[in-house]
Design a protein around this ligand. Structure first.
Ligand code: ATP
Ligand code: MG
Length: 445
């Protein structure tokens, strides 16, 4: 990590053009926040934000194709070389009477005042076009010390906007940092204000944790500080209790034992083993839900409370439903049977997801997945003569014609029974065999 910035690549160059245009019109302009932090850490920034002394109207005039995305708060979106930059006028905020957003924002002349409104010192650095860093709050020092430290008085800052509590956990987990003692004390002192924060915003932060570097530690910290039970829509207590148990089973480090009362990077590591870090965020969610022994209904409950899109919720729930259907025994025959029925119930995509989730041996071990199941299951799926009703060599209307009865819900049930027999190898998937099996069943009932 260095003390000045070097700008390389198309995105930074486009950003520099924006800075130069602002500076040429006599204003100050800097890169600011997460992009500076990430660059100093040698990480690639997702988006580059710019802060400037220029009033939003001037920014709009300088960049005719700029979008007034948040004019009231001083934010204008500028496009350069295919990249988008949020350009925000230096500002301060006042009067967080509702614990989530300022009653008032006002523009200021000094970049240091703008930096002082930001949440953590590592997020409160600005960098000029020459690479020089404006760091009045000691962000570089805290980056070097691997510490998340609130800007200003922690309890006051967390009280202004309780989302910062959750962000504190996210940054600690993302960078493998400790949380500074007074900052952690502020988290604990202000956590009851979490109920003021909209669940969409909490959900977005938790999802970033899950997609990030160390979801296990992130959730370990959330649990250690007892945050999820304080959300506006509290996450189900049975799942949280299950997660705590899982964390303790593997926890190598005791919690909250730092001399200054802060939170060590080692804290909360107990859940990490359960999470497949090579899998995508949805499967990591599935892993965390399973680690806490969530049922399919619990999983849907958790993800609904966090405002997940229904497509993602269904994907996660399918993996968990499939998992719940598996026989935990070790008899090859019963394993295969339960796998096959679970694949029919939840589909081959959920099956592929389950296999991806448990690809890693350590993750399997944490979840107690029999090796025999994981290694045999892909072959079992591949060998299925039919995995869905559409793959049967007979159609519903044929069954209706054979029986002479009007079509109805009974057809889906009959097809599903045939599918089960075919998938389990008890019946050949050809029209003749299927017709015969259907008629046999009808005569018998
Ligand atoms: P990342 O985008 O990697 O999650 P980031 O630091 O860019 O991290 P953003 O949410 O994009 O985070 O916010 C950009 C910057 O705005 C932050 O770096 C911080 O300076 C400031 N900021 C964001 N949210 C808050 C908040 N709730 N309170 C105070 N400052 C904030
Ligand atoms: Mg950002």
């Amino acid at each position: 990590m260095v003390g000045t910035m070097t700008y390389e690549g198309a995105q930074w160059n486009a950003g520099l053009e924006v800075l130069h245009a602002l500076v040429q019109s006599g204003e100050e302009a800097y890169f600011v926040g997460g992009c500076v932090r990430d660059a100093l850490l040698g990480r690639r920034a997702s988006d580059i934000d710019i802060t400037t002394s220029a009033a939003p109207e001037l920014v709009m005039r300088l960049f005719p194709d700029a979008l007034p995305t948040g004019l009231k708060h001083g934010t204008v979106t500028v496009r350069r070389a295919g990249f988008f930059f949020e350009v925000t006028t230096f500002r301060q905020e006042a009067g967080y009477s509702d614990g989530r957003r300022p009653d008032e924002v006002f523009f200021v002349r000094d970049v240091r005042e703008d930096l002082a409104r930001r949440d953590f010192t590592i997020n409160a650095m600005a960098a000029g076009a020459d690479g020089g860093i404006v760091d009045p709050l000691g962000g570089v020092t805290d980056l070097r010390a691997s510490a998340v430290r609130a800007v200003g008085e922690p309890a006051q800052r967390f009280g202004e906007d309780a989302l910062r509590i959750v962000r504190c956990v996210r940054f600690a987990a993302e960078f493998g940092f400790a949380v500074d003692g007074p900052t952690w004390a502020g988290v604990l002192a202000c956590r009851d204000k979490l109920g003021l924060i909209a669940m969409e915003r909490i959900g977005a932060e938790l999802d970033k944790m899950c997609a990030g570097q160390d979801p296990g530690r992130a959730f370990g910290l959330l649990l250690a500080a007892e945050l999820p039970e304080r959300f506006k829509a509290p996450l189900p207590g049975t799942w949280l209790a299950g997660l705590r148990l899982a964390a303790r089973e593997t926890e190598g480090v005791s919690r909250g034992d730092r001399a200054d009362g802060g939170s060590d990077p080692g804290e909360g590591r107990g859940l990490a083993r359960y999470v497949p870090i090579r899998a995508d965020a949805d499967l990591r969610w599935a892993a965390l839900l399973l680690a806490g022994r969530a049922s399919k209904a619990d999983a849907e409950d958790v993800l609904r409370r966090l405002h997940f899109a229904s497509k993602r919720m269904k994907r996660v729930a399918a993996v968990i439903g499939l998992h719940a259907g598996l026989d935990a025994g070790s008899e090859e025959e019963s394993l295969r049977r339960s796998w096959t029925l679970a694949v029919l119930d939840y589909g081959t995509e959920a099956a592929a997801d389950w296999l991806r989730l448990f690809e890693d041996g350590a993750v399997r071990e944490a979840h107690g997945i029999p090796e025999a199941l994981r290694s045999a299951a892909p072959g079992w799926t591949a060998a299925l003569p039919a995995a869905r009703i559409s793959e049967l060599a007979i159609r519903g209307d044929e069954l209706a014609a054979l029986s002479g009865e009007p079509a109805g819900p009974w057809i889906a049930i009959a097809l599903r029974e045939l599918l089960e027999q075919v998938a389990l190898g008890a019946l050949a998937n050809d029209a003749q065999s299927l017709r015969e099996a259907f008629m046999r069943k009808r005569r018998a009932t």
